[in-house]
Design a protein around this ligand. Structure first.
Ligand SMILES: [Zn+2]
Length: 122
């Protein structure tokens, strides 16, 4: 999942400068945020019961992607930057894509990758 998450970041300045270091930093951040005290991640899958008609899911949860109009983002828009360039700038500014938000929710045990992939169609 780390690879899939990072494919969203390949055009960012941070990633281009040193992909190995960026990957290491991302993994360290994930461990801090989502791993248990032994550094283990838990990925949940649906089990299902009578209450959920065997689906293993209950309710809905939103995946979000918010482009903040920071100065570098505004500049890129004014200069008619290409979408890929604007995305890279926004990601460098701290934006998370819809899919990245989904993957963070997978790591939190809120949903699973099957559900994330179902809604993150490019
Ligand atoms: Zn159930």
């Amino acid at each position: 999942m780390l690879d899939e998450y990072s494919t969203e970041l390949v055009n960012t300045v941070t990633w281009k400068k040193d992909p190995a270091a960026a990957m290491k930093a991302l993994y360290a951040e994930w461990r801090k945020l989502f791993a248990d005290d032994k550094g283990q991640f838990t990925i949940y899958g649906p089990v299902g019961c009578e209450k959920c008609s065997g689906t293993g899911y209950r309710g809905r949860v939103g995946l979000h992607e918010l482009l903040i109009g920071t100065d570098p983002v505004k500049k890129a828009i004014q200069e008619h930057a290409r979408v890929a360039e604007l995305l890279a700038i926004a990601l460098d500014e701290g934006m998370h894509t819809l899919k990245q938000d989904g993957m963070e929710k997978v790591l939190q045990g809120v949903t699973d990758m099957h559900q994330v992939r179902a809604v993150c169609i490019k």
